[in-house]
Design a protein around this ligand. Structure first.
Ligand SMILES: [Zn+2]
Length: 340
């Protein structure tokens, strides 16, 4: 029995020493210390041995098992260290292989168009103004000539942020008009792009979160002709060509008179899906700033006049890229966003 133990030890250690990889070590483990391996066979043979030999063989087999397991672990560590050393020395490194690809993101189409709109208005001497998205009811409504009980509040389903209805998620960018009048002295020209929120039924043209661009110009003898000229100039820059506009009377509490401004459909001559076969596309609400609003902003309406306008940034992007559903913008679907 002594011979069989020694023979197994020599054979196992020789195979471990010459193992070229981890796979070869696994084979040694399987053949010697695994189920049905040499050590297991030796242990299984003990009951058939003379009682005097049994103790020594059992002890020897267990020692052998320990010895082989340790030798395999040591050889495995040596093989791994050699592999690391080979990588460090640069062997097998091919400098001509392409690097790991870096995936590039892109700007959201709303961000791109907002920046473009800002650039156009900056070139016309406008400043960019900003205001809070959680706004005081006072600024979102009251100072814009919309008192607490005004029926036009029903036109805008509002997310209120507190039980007293003093804080709202702004339903429009118009409160920035008041904040601007409180901080700047006329004459001034500002646009205020930003997110607005409405608690309304969502469909292809309505979303709880959307984007507006507010415009406000206040100075001496500012008139409606300036408003039309400004918006025509903007549209020419944005669409790259002249587009006819038309004014229709429109009601907004913070302007007097108020207008809806439509643009000639940029996509057709005689009617298409975008313009619902009318050749006109609704573009923005506008008008001369109501004297009450000027007063609320601390500006004397007997000395100064102003015009204001507000258009949907989402709509502008939808017109540019012929996108048919506003919900794509905030939907977070990468398949949509990766197209830009
Ligand atoms: Zn059309």
């Amino acid at each position: 029995m002594e011979d069989r133990l020694n023979q197994a030890r020599e054979e196992a250690l020789a195979r471990i020493a010459s193992a070229a990889d981890v796979e070869a070590l696994r084979a040694v483990d399987r053949d010697f210390v695994g189920k049905g391996g040499v050590v297991a066979e030796l242990l299984a043979s003990i009951p058939s041995l003379p009682p005097a030999e049994r103790g020594a063989v059992g002890k020897g087999a267990n020692l052998l098992k320990r010895e082989i397991v340790d030798a395999i672990a040591a050889r495995k560590a040596a093989l791994e260290a050699a592999e690391v050393e080979a990588l460090r020395s640069g062997a097998g490194f091919d400098p001509t292989m392409p690097g790991a690809p870096v995936t590039r993101g892109s700007l959201h189409p709303l961000t791109r168009v907002r920046r473009e709109v800002e650039d156009i208005f900056l070139s016309m001497g406008y400043q960019i103004a900003d205001g809070p998205e959680v706004e005081l009811d006072e600024y979102n409504f009251q100072k814009l000539n919309i008192p607490i009980d005004h029926p036009s509040r029903e036109m805008q389903d509002t997310f209120y942020c507190d039980a007293d209805h003093k804080l709202v998620m702004r339903t429009q960018t118009s409160p920035v008009q008041i904040r601007t009048m409180e901080t700047l002295k006329p004459p001034f020209r500002v646009i205020a792009p930003g997110r607005v929120f409405r608690n309304e039924e969502q469909d292809a043209t309505h979303e709880h979160t959307f984007h507006q661009v507010e415009g406000l110009v206040v100075g001496k003898d500012v008139a409606i002709g300036h408003l039309i000229g400004t918006l025509k100039g903007f549209l020419r820059e944005y669409f790259g060509r002249r587009l006819d506009v038309r004014l229709r009377p429109g009601y907004f509490p913070f302007v007097e008179p108020g207008y809806e401004l439509d643009i000639r459909c940029p996509f057709c001559e005689d009617g298409c899906r975008v313009c619902k076969h009318t050749t006109w596309v609704e573009f923005c609400g506008s008008g001369m700033v109501h004297p009450n609003v000027l007063r609320a902003g601390g500006i004397d309406p007997t000395k100064y006049t102003g015009f204001a306008f507000g258009f949907g940034l989402d709509r502008l992007v939808m017109l540019r890229h012929e996108i048919d559903d506003i919900r794509h913008f905030m939907g977070g679907d990468l398949r949509f966003l990766e197209q830009f």
